[in-house]
Unconditional design. Structure first.
Length: 163
């Protein structure tokens, strides 16, 4: 089913939009972590750098979070642009997260084990007027699952660069 068909089914009845996403994560013999996700299933090897007990065989879970935020912003921008009839020539997201590892290690109670700052910077190239892109990105901010999941604890702030 394509985007338009999915959108129409959800418009008909919001129950058609109910989805459960499943991921199986297991530690492998080499110490890395394998995540299987979706019905396909897609696989990703996740690890940590040696200083955090890993072998650097894949991105760390913290990097995967940043990648997920950027990918979700780009995906949601794509279908909102389609719904709003906005042309996007290109889009790129650079994400930065700040964390103090002492929060993970429990060295001080005041340190939290999560990103205390998340800063995705979204660069958009479009022939559309700036105001139209800003309206689009307001919808993306309000409807992007990754943004909304992380916004409450991490004080996620983004920056839009229109080219």
């Amino acid at each position: 089913m394509g985007f338009e068909e999915t959108l129409e089914k959800v418009k008909e009845d919001s129950a058609n939009g109910e989805k459960n996403f499943n991921v199986i994560v297991e530690k492998l013999d080499d110490g890395s972590i394998k995540a299987q996700m979706g019905a396909k299933p897609f696989e990703m090897i996740i690890d940590a750098p040696p200083g955090l007990g890993g072998k650097n065989l894949g991105p760390s879970p913290l990097l995967v979070i940043l990648a997920s935020i950027g990918a979700c912003i780009i995906a949601v921008t794509g279908f909102w642009a389609q719904m709003m009839d906005i042309k996007i020539d290109s889009i790129k997201c650079f994400s930065r997260g700040h964390i103090n590892l002492g929060g993970i290690f429990g060295t001080e109670k005041k340190l939290k084990p999560y990103y205390d700052k998340l800063r995705p910077v979204v660069q958009i190239k479009s022939p559309e007027p700036k105001e139209k892109i800003e309206k689009l990105m307001k919808e993306v901010w309000d409807h992007c699952p990754a943004v909304q999941n992380f916004n409450k604890k991490s004080g996620l702030e983004w920056k839009i660069q229109i080219k």
